[in-house]
Design a protein around this ligand. Sequence first.
Ligand code: URA
Length: 237
Amino acid sequence: MERLQKIIAHSGYTSRRKAEDLIVAGKVTVNGVVMKELGTKVKRSDVIIVEGNILSLEEKVYYVLYKPEGYISSTDDEKGRKTVLDLVPRDKRVYPVGRLDYDTSGVLLLTNDGDFTNLMTSPKHHVEKEYRVKLKGFLRKEESTRICRGIRIENYKTKKARITDVVYNKENETTLATIIITEGKYHQVKLMFDAVNHPVLRLKRVRFGIITLDNMKTGEHRLLKPYELKQLKGLVE
Ligand code: URA
């Protein structure tokens, strides 16, 4: 049991001082009852509503998943396909931070921390995402330069990107390359290479910010370490 104002402050909703003001002003309910008493003790399982907003008291959790191909990055699918939630513990209500396509593999973060998700996915911030791609045909230098300078995909011009480690496979006429982007538009990497007529045949995200796949196997997940979380947040502050 903890004091109501402390629980509100710990949830990140507001400071303890402001939480006290809100309680006294009758803006807080616990299990549907207005609580104006500052000393009230509550349990984490109580339903606390502040100014009409339900308070999330669940402990925050952050996973990195090596997403395999053949899973969708949403919480459920009307076609009944497997989702990334099938690969992580279900005791907390986590959801993916951004998305990877059904046929894309690689680093995917999942959390129940909405503020963290907003930080990581906001276009205002420029968290690097690194992908290894297999392309149809041979990607020429000038095509690579066009992509890196920013290329029109649908009605949008992409931000600067980097392409490195280009390797040609002469036998099956494909190119392997690494591309680093700082945005996350829908199908962005596929559309960027489509724009120079080299469709993506395979796509794997090998890095999100500072998080790589290290020694993970496909389908595996692990908790983010506190220092990794701190560094990820540090990238956008
Ligand atoms: N770009 C894409 O086209 N697909 C992904 O899954 C990720 C980035």
